[in-house]
Write a protein that binds this ligand. Sequence first.
Ligand SMILES: CC(C)(COP(=O)(O)OP(=O)(O)OC[C@H]1O[C@@H](n2cnc3c(N)ncnc32)[C@H](O)[C@@H]1OP(=O)(O)O)[C@@H](O)C(=O)NCCC(=O)NCCS
Length: 200
Amino acid sequence: MGVNWPSEPPVLSDGVVSLRTPDVSDIDDITAGAQDPDVQKFTMVPRPYLRVHAEGFVEAHNAGAWGMVAPRLGHEGAQPRLNAAFVITGLNDDFRGVIGLHDVDPHNATGEVGYWLGPHARGVGSMSRALGLVLAWAFDVAGLTSVHWNAAQENVASWLVAQRHGFVVDGVTTCGRPGDVPLEAWAATLTRERFGASAG
Ligand SMILES: CC(C)(COP(=O)(O)OP(=O)(O)OC[C@H]1O[C@@H](n2cnc3c(N)ncnc32)[C@H](O)[C@@H]1OP(=O)(O)O)[C@@H](O)C(=O)NCCC(=O)NCCS
């Protein structure tokens, strides 16, 4: 069992949102969105988030870097992993947020999903659409067998987005940055079978 990672990055769309690899035109939007207190609290983006961080993110995840194996943050000596990061836009290419499938184990065909929307883009279901597109690609194209997710228990919106696609809580954990008070968190998993069943 292994992943079937395409040699070219996909562009994914459901007719309402589109997902594409980030490019330099996104640097200002990513920098602005990552200033949001909830993005800072509930994701692992650098803090403070500077423009140079967005530049590094785009450099690591643009279309030209697709397929490169990036070591997991903080686990630089570990087995190589694959990453796919997408900018979420409306159909006019207006920036909404970021979603990533990361820490993909090429042998076990498992990965982890993470996401954020800029504050201006919340409350209209964009992340649910984006997550559905990423999961369909992950299971149906890239050949993953399961995708993991975790989030602070107080992050109800994030859980409801994940739950809608069939994620099942399989443990309690903590999240947050080293040095911060740890946040109680849910760990959840979605298998390909369950995703297929809930989609069908
Ligand atoms: C998590 C996030 C992507 C969700 O996107 P969103 O557009 O805000 O989500 P929605 O507004 O569609 O909310 C999802 C659901 O949660 C509900 N919800 C939101 N906040 C809620 C709350 N405090 N209590 C109960 N329900 C809540 C919404 O009503 C919606 O339900 P519905 O789909 O049945 O209508 C977005 O809030 C975000 O980027 N937050 C900051 C970063 C972050 O937390 N990332 C995830 C890290 S794990």
